[in-house]
Design a binder for this molecule. Structure first.
Ligand code: PLP
Length: 390
């Protein structure tokens, strides 16, 4: 008798190339090599002390049971107050759904909004896992090529041109991964209006909000109260491993999101929810702002340094902690470039191949999630590597 294999969807999912590179980087480190990690999409700072202490208190108080599927009331309220303070927006706590990371938010929204055979339009390049969430719900991510001059964002014209009967909506990101580019108020509004006129949902990934340099990114809720927002405690709040995020949804979607949450994961991690209450305290926010300033300094070092080495960066990334650089003057194949750079110089970066198809062999993502001295060292090593190629 033949053994049954896995479901087809798994075979059709792609692995995350950066994880393959990370594995190789770890192997090299195990052999005693020094590797500078610029491939990792998470802050190198550990979670702020006040948050850790709040988590420890929650554990000591025995807060180890499930919570309500939508999250604990004080956290939903604290997030609501945060919208008032940061954006001047009145978002009722009842519209806020606490999730296991932004990933949990993507799971719920994919399940809620996309029927089998339907698709969401998104930018190429985009966060790789979006495609796999779509695959999981038997839908599809339709990636449309974007240009640096448009900040690597979709345009209303592209939506008009590519919209079909089975387009469920758009998934935007601001600031975006891998490009770090922000969607400013006017283009954000124009995209949402067009998608609304075409009858589609608007989802905006605001996971990198708070990590913008010299400016703030507008929330889509400032221009479209019926959009779905997904956000996370991972990046600005520095809580990647705690697995906590949230959705802001139109009121009429909350009951169905609750039903999905109850069935798919019951509730977000309890200790993390209590810990996150401390994330909004003024002392914590001061610390987070200092970290943001440090990321800004790193960006300001890295962008000119990479340009000096021959990478083209037509627009300066405004947020997140990534520089998406065009390496076509230096290589025909950025994937091979990344592999060789790791092997020869011990610098780990992410090839464009992870983020889509459009010019993906020309681009490389550099994450500045390591200290300035390490970034300086990395730039020296990359310079030496390029020098040897020519
Ligand atoms: C654009 C984007 N969305 C969502 C996520 C998921 O993050 P998390 O589940 O840690 O909130 C990430 C993580 O890198 C991301 O870059």
């Amino acid at each position: 008798m033949q053994t049954r294999g896995w479901a087809a969807r798994v075979g059709q999912m792609e692995s995350f190339k950066v994880m393959d590179l990370l594995r190789r980087a770890k192997e090299l480190e195990a052999q005693g090599r020094d590797v500078i990690h610029m491939e990792i999409g998470e802050p190198d700072f550990s979670t702020a002390t006040a948050i850790v202490e709040a988590g420890q208190r929650a554990l000591a108080q025995g807060r180890t049971q499930y919570t309500a599927a939508l999250g604990i009331a004080p956290l939903r309220e604290a997030i609501s107050v945060f919208y008032q303070q940061r954006y001047g927006l009145n978002i009722a706590p009842e519209r806020i759904i606490v999730t296991p990371g932004g990933s949990g938010a993507l799971l719920l929204l994919s399940a809620l909004l996309v029927n089998p055979g339907e698709h969401l339009l998104m930018a190429d390049p985009a966060y790789p896992c979006n495609r796999q969430f779509m695959r999981l719900v038997e839908g599809q991510a339709r990636l449309l090529p974007t240009q640096a001059e448009q900040g690597f964002h979709l345009t209303p014209e592209q939506l008009q041109q590519h919209w079909q009967a089975n387009t469920a909506g758009i998934l935007l990101a601001s600031p975006a991964n891998p490009t770090g580019m922000v969607l400013h108020r006017q283009p954000l509004q124009a995209l949402c209006q067009t998608a609304q006129q075409l009858g589609g949902h608007r989802l905006v990934d605001e996971i990198y909000h708070g990590l913008t340099y010299g400016m703030d990114a507008p929330s889509v809720l400032e221009v479209d109260d019926h959009a779905f927002v997904l956000n996370s405690f991972s990046k600005y709040f520095g809580m990647t491993g705690w697995r906590l995020g949230w959705i802001v949804a139109p009121q009429q979607a909350v009951a169905d999101l609750e039903k999905l949450a109850q069935n798919l994961y019951i509730s977000a991690p309890t200790v993390a929810q209590y810990a996150a209450l401390a994330a909004f305290e003024s002392d914590t926010l001061v610390e987070l702002e200092q970290r943001r300033a440090e990321f800004g300094r790193r960006r300001d070092f890295l962008v000119p340094a990479l340009r000096e080495l021959g990478f083209s960066i037509p627009v300066v990334p405004e947020g997140a902690f990534y520089v998406y650089a065009d390496a076509s003057a230096l290589t025909q194949d950025s994937f091979q470039f990344c592999q060789q750079l790791l092997e020869q110089e011990g610098v780990a970066v992410t090839p464009g191949l992870d983020f889509g198809q459009h010019r993906c062999r020309e681009f490389i993502r550099f994450a500045y999630t390591t200290s300035l001295p390490r970034l300086q060292q990395a730039v020296e090593r990359i310079g030496r590597f390029i020098g040897r190629q020519s």
